[in-house]
Structures are given as C-alpha cells and as structure tokens.
Design a protein around this ligand. Sequence first.
Ligand code: SF4
Length: 361
Amino acid sequence: MTSFDKRTAADPATASAAAPAETPFLSVRDLKVHFSTEDGTVKAVDGLSFDLMRGKTLGIVGESGSGKSVTNLTILGLHDKRSTTVEGSIVLDGQELTGAGDRTLEKLRGNKMSMIFQDALTSLSPYHTVGRQIGEVYAKHTGCSKKEARARAVEMLRRVGIPQPDMRVDDYPHQFSGGMRQRAMIAMALVCDPELLIADEPTTALDVTVQAQILDLLKDLQREFGTAIIFITHDLGVIADLADDVMVMYGGRVVERGTKEEVLETPDHPYTWGLLSSVPRLDASVDVPLVPIPGSPPSLLNPPSGCRFNPRCAYASEVGDGVCTVERPPLVLTAGRGAACHLTPEQKKTIFTDTVQPLLG
Ligand code: SF4
C-alpha cells in the first residue's frame, strides 16, 4: 500500500475513488501558504493535500519556487509567522499543527519531527564542537545530563558512519569533510528518534559517491526506526533510488502524484514529461536529445490563470478553446494516482507514445 492510497474528499481539488484503510502518520489537507510582500500576496502553496504513512518515503519534485520547501517549513512551523498566512490542516500523528503555539511546535521538532537542510556548514554552528551540538538537542528534549548527552552524540556519530566517533565528537565542523558534516547533521536530526524526517535537498552539495552513501544511510535508518521521510529534490535519480511515492509540484500546486514506478515509468502530466525529458539517463541512447522545458517557473505574485503551466505547455492547443488559460484542472485521483491536466486520457496516451516516450529512450 502506498502513502497516496488514502485520499479523502477534503481536498477540493481532488476527487478520489480510494477509501482510507489506515491512519496516515502525516495528513495535509488543502494547505494554503501565502506571504504578504510590498508587491502583493505570494501564493507559495495553493491547496495542497497528501498523506504519508509511517516507514514510507514521499519524494517531492519540482523546480525552484514550486512550493516544495515552503510546504515543509510550514509543517515544521519554521515559516515567518508575521508575514505568512496558513490555511488548511496539517495533522501529525493525530495532532493538528496549524494554529499550534510555538512551544508546542518546538517540542515536536526534534522529538517527533526533524529536518535535514541542504547546507550542513551553514546549519552547524562553527563555534561549538559537533558533539556538543548533537548532545544539546538530545539534552533539551530529554533533560539528560551532559555526560549522557555526550555519550548519545558519540552513539549517533557511530550510527551515521563517522570513524572514531569517540574522538571526532570533540571536533569542530570545519574539521569535518563535507560528507562528514552532512552525516553529522543527519545525526543531529535523528538524535531524538523523530518519527517524521524532512530532508530538503540534503545531498545536492555532495559528490555522487558521498551522495550514494548518505542515501543508503537514510534507507538504513528508516529500516531501523520506521521513520516516515519527506525527501525534497529536483533530482529524479534520487527519487528513483529512495521514494515510495512521488508528488510533482508546479507553481505552488500538485500537478501529478502516484507511486515512484507510476510517475517515473508512465508519467501523466506535460510538466512531468518535461522534467523527465530534460535529465540525462545512463540507460538512454546517445542519439536521444535532452529537451529542456521552455520558459521559466511562474511568478507566484501574479500566477497565470487556469493551469499554471499553460505558458510553457506545448499541448495546451490540443485541449483547445483557451480552456487551459481559464480553467484550473482538478487533480483527480484514483487509488492515489492522478494528474491535474485537461488533456483526455486518449490524448495523453497518444502524445506520450508518439512524442514523449522516444525522448525517454
Ligand atoms: Fe498543458 Fe493544459 Fe494540461 Fe496544463 S491543463 S498541462 S496547459 S494541457
């Protein structure tokens, strides 16, 4: 069973044939995150719904500004509350997080949910040893002694594969390599055994060998702790390696979702076709060209009406009558699988077979 198999009718942009069979660990419904700026309101996330089960990994893909990072900062309660309006519902293990106070959210962060950021160097303080920083998180949530906190830091460094952890625990971040710093940050994120881990492009700055080691580490840790993971990335190779389910975001909305196999092997939305056609594949013939998506992501201050992808979509004319520029396509899900697009299933099948599949090699 996938995390997407449990939709409810609570998402106004969603019609589902699947009935809930199991309580999701994280349930997001019709989430809207809007920022007030001098130039107007930025609709960073505009009606997002998804579920995540324990022990599963949800991959969120999309270009910069698609709303993926904002979604996760909002789940953690790390958004700027003065300038941000949050609507909808975020339920974590039965507890509603929207509207929850700072103290509640702070208690949940670390204990129940945790985040790995992209850049370990800016996330770790240069003034304190790695061990102290990991131990402090543990001590804050458990009230343990300094000695116990240090022992826990050593244990976590060992668990994430740092050699000689009982010595390296007293190193400062600059004494660690980039890969080791990332591991140290994972150790810090996992020190309180969080049940939800949000990883925001955690391997982007690393070389491919270290990246593979970090992904293996996350898989091992998930097996060990049963952690639910949200993995944010623009790298479809990482999605193929790690995710159970995939959510493709564009312009603050979900445009496609399904299992990893469904989305990567039989993509159903023109934006996903574009993403897949624009990345190199080791198994593709050298004769297959890479085709970038024309144009750039939409301004969320003044997003396009109708389908937000319409200014960049090569197939809007197939729908005809300017429908794509006027009507928002609903995300219609069947057993957790679907895409938000006005093309008919027959049109999509023809386009995919004749135009997209040859580009995927
Ligand atoms: Fe393209 Fe129209 Fe589908 Fe949007 S709804 S992806 S513009 S065909």
